[in-house]
Design a binder for this molecule. Sequence first.
Ligand code: MN
Length: 439
Amino acid sequence: MSGTPDETHDPARQSWVASANGHPDFPIQNLPFGVFSPRGAGPRGGVAIGEGILDIAGLCTTGLLTGEAARAAEAASGATLNPLLALGAGPRRALRGRLSELLAIGSSAEAQLRPLLYEASDCTVGLPCAIGDYTDFYVGIHHAMNIGKQFRPDNPLLPNYKYIPVGYHGRASSVRPSGVAVRRPNGQTKAPDAASPSFGPCQKLDYELELGVWIGPGNSLGEPILVGQSAEHIAGYCLLNDWSARDFQAWEYQPLGPFLSKNFTSTISCWIVTPEALAPFRIAQPARLEGDPAPLPYLLDPADQASGALDLDLEVLLLTPALWERGLSPHRLSNSNACHMYWTAAQMVTHHTCGGCDLRSGDLLGTGTISGPDAGSFGSILEATLGGRQPIVLETGEERRFLEDGDEVFFHARATREGFVSIGFGECRASIQPAPALL
Ligand code: MN
């Protein structure tokens, strides 16, 4: 079971990669998988360890791996990690266990592995998978309430919300790794008092603080993934910024949902943080409110309810050009937690497939915006500024109702539990470039 801490989580274990010890994101207890390109060379699979990246293809040639671990490493040595994700939890766990031994202080493999270790700062880290399909959910209940209130003050949650993990099929082609700038989109907007819409740059550009869920083996068409089996199909997690053009969204979203308001870019953190790494930070799915319906039986699994949620702190920071020029710190827009999901990742997987839809290795699910209950924990600027009515004031005296060109948004995630070493996700950041000139 991915849910049980083992020797790979031992807080006493340290790495001979010195930068890993005390690293906020990538201590030896994390070992996330990704795809990196050393300077002047092509992309290949790697493992983040402190400020370093271990080349998995190189590791395959050392003779240090056998059995399932060797199988997983072979699958992780190419330009995408889809083959690794397809193998499922067993080989992935075996590789993690062996990596933990090999990278620990005292490992006799240190001299053999040192030449396979790259400085992350000398590498480009890209998308870990070829993403076939991307689906975005809406399971952050405080976000759904806050947004619903703006549109329907008396009736913020639609009647389906507590029965269905609501989602829609997103756009995989425009998912980009952290660090790639986002171009402000052009599109249609219709002001409430205008007779007809206009075309031009988005005026209400927003971020959405989400988790991404990577699909492991997946299912065949027509063969649903039962909720008790869903955990086996979750290969890991990342941070996801589902950039949103709120003015386009308001005009286009009925009757079929968001389209250009969401499809111009989505930014993800590059490292796949595995369910194994997150085992110490799993918590029970928070109890539903008095009077809420129980999930329908096909979405209800005792083990999933007992440990299907994550205690994961989430943070959103904003750096404007003026803050940067004056050497000031980024402004913290939000501090939320992944526990504010009304549905678990396993329930999302099961609902997605219950009608027979096939999920494939390397598909990406978004959770939807994860807001907390209070101001200061909202996962979008639309919530933080009450739809743009109440601006955020920065240390420079600047105001923001929505994002402006040159702004840079950072997401961080941090899992913490007493008796364990904290791990993080690495950064999910992007700056905003002006919209392309209109024809
Ligand atoms: Mn979203």
